[in-house]
Design a protein around this ligand. Structure first.
Ligand SMILES: [Zn+2]
Length: 295
């Protein structure tokens, strides 16, 4: 997943000395190079000592953070695998997290935000990286007491979404909805315009959050479809039993375009675009595949 790598990239971005920092840190200024060598005083990665992030580590951070960075720029502290922190340590961090010094940026990494106290999550800007390896999710489900075969099945269905797996444990309706969303992904390219628009209307009634969940599944489905069309041997995201057979009438580049549309629409919906309109645009952008299923 590269959580720490991404955090370091952000730290470099905040401290890069290039006159005109673009979308990425320059990688060649003195600051970027020292961050790369892990010798920049303003930037530190703090990993759990032992199995868990301890309250002593949080206290140490509280002493260190208010001191201004010696060379200007931002003081960035990257707390890795903070989901291992004891409840005590998480509580201790709350105040700092709420009002960090202006020169400081705290980055916490975790396997899943659901593994952190909600009070921590609500004080952070959450950036979700996907997918989490199935083995990690399976191990977590087994730790929560699920029998091994059920844990394996649920982990595979979760497609790297630990939060989804945890919710599905509580609520079986999630797994049903997952099936329906995947069926819709497979079916809609075979339908004509009027039917698509009708379905988009129905879909929109389910509400923003539910639609975003469905779109996530559609992305998995189209991702695997793209790989299948390209004849890829591995890299698939869905469980082998559910993998879509390659469609006819479209090639891998066409599937990649659909993935692009899905990303677009997802972002528009997250920015509060009109849900029904966004979905109508999406269903009309899907390729139209004519076959025996066509209506
Ligand atoms: Zn730089």
């Amino acid at each position: 997943m590269g959580k720490t790598a991404l955090a370091l990239e952000l730290a470099a971005m905040l401290n890069c000395q290039a006159p005109d920092v673009g979308a990425r840190p320059c990688g060649s200024c003195s600051s970027c190079r020292r961050i790369g060598r892990n010798s920049h005083q303003g930037v530190a990665v703090i990993a759990p000592t032992g199995a868990a992030f301890s309250i002593d580590q949080v206290r140490e951070l509280e002493t260190d953070l208010p001191l201004s960075p010696q060379e200007g720029g931002y003081k960035v502290r990257i707390l890795t695998e903070f989901s291992t922190a004891t409840r005590e340590a998480q509580n201790a961090l709350l105040k700092t997290l709420e009002e960090p010094p202006a020169h400081a940026v705290l980055i916490l990494t975790a396997t899943a935000k659901e593994l952190l106290a909600p009070t921590i999550v609500s004080r952070c800007q959450v950036l979700t990286l996907r997918p989490v390896p199935t083995a990690v999710i399976r191990a977590d489900l087994i730790r929560r007491g699920l029998p091994e075969d059920e844990a394996a099945a649920l982990a595979a269905e979760s497609a790297g979404r630990p939060g989804w797996a945890l919710q599905a444990l509580e609520d079986d309706a999630l797994r049903q909805q997952r099936k329906r969303a995947l069926q819709a992904a497979a079916d809609l390219p075979h339908r004509r315009r009027a039917e698509r628009i009708r379905r988009a209307e129905e879909w929109g009634k389910r509400g923003r959050e539910a639609v975003l969940d469905d779109l996530e599944l559609w992305r998995l489905w189209w991702h695997d479809q793209m790989l299948a069309l390209a004849g890829a041997g591995d890299g698939y995201l869905m469980p082998a039993a559910e993998r879509p057979p390659a469609l006819t009438g479209i090639d891998a580049a066409g599937a990649a375009r659909v993935l692009g549309h899905l990303g677009d629409i997802d972002e528009k919906i997250r920015r509060n675009a009109n849900l029904r309109l966004a979905l109508t645009v999406l269903v009309l952008r899907l390729p139209h595949l004519v076959d025996s299923k066509g209506s």
